[in-house]
Write a protein that binds this ligand. Sequence first.
Ligand code: GAR
Length: 268
Amino acid sequence: MDRTIRIGALISGTGTNLQAIIDSCESGEINGKIVFIGSDNSNAHGLNKGTLLGIPTFVVNYGSIIRNFKKEPATVAPPDDFDLNDLISKQTLFNADAEIETVKAFIITRAVAEAKLIDEMRHYPFDLLVLAGYMRNLSPYFIDRVNTDPDIPRIMNIHPALLPAFPGIDGYGDTFRYGCKIGGCTVHFVDYGEDSGPIIGQKAYEILEDDTIDSIRAKGLKLEWALYPECVKLFAEGRLNTVRRSYELKDGGKMQKTVVKIIQSPKD
Ligand code: GAR
């Protein structure tokens, strides 16, 4: 791609990964620019970066939607274009044993919040959406409205562990408590599950005897700041393809998986 890509960002906290991406855009390493910064947290420190740099920002308060639903479900109206059964059948965040009421409450409240996100984002057309420390799982309602072509994913996430190990909210803590000797970080495209989408890139660090959760977080974050811009750059260069692979397993079963193929140039 020769053109400058438009990057939207969603954050929940400090925004150091967002800063790394902004720096790489400013230095010309990534041919891109940040067109909005959205958050689920009005106190997210990273929102100040937008204000300082003149990048539009907005906040969607999931907390009040979830509280209202718990108090009085009937007062929380799902969006007009909402299909509960379709969304429940697509999502893979909950397994088959999960209470159906829990799954419904999740899907309805997220779709309401996500419709507000989409309303905000509508003002700022974008090519790529980066989740940079965004601590909310996205439902199929949102994902399908961003990935309008299912074969061209355009939501990226960074996760503080070597996926598929330790998905969830505390990747560094989980890695440390397990006693791993190596930890790392992963950038992946977002699919309907929790941190389960096609992996774009990973970096690893060694965990030594005298390491603590804080020291491994520091090692990991340093790698995140290098990895995320590298992956965004590959996207901007049109070098990320997703391909569906099929495998025969030893027990005679079959497995299919969508994986990322990094190509040398967009013509390959
Ligand atoms: C990062 O470590 C990122 O990997 C993690 O949150 C931190 C955000 O830091 N993300 C997740 O855990 C997502 N599940 P930052 O706000 O300074 O970029």
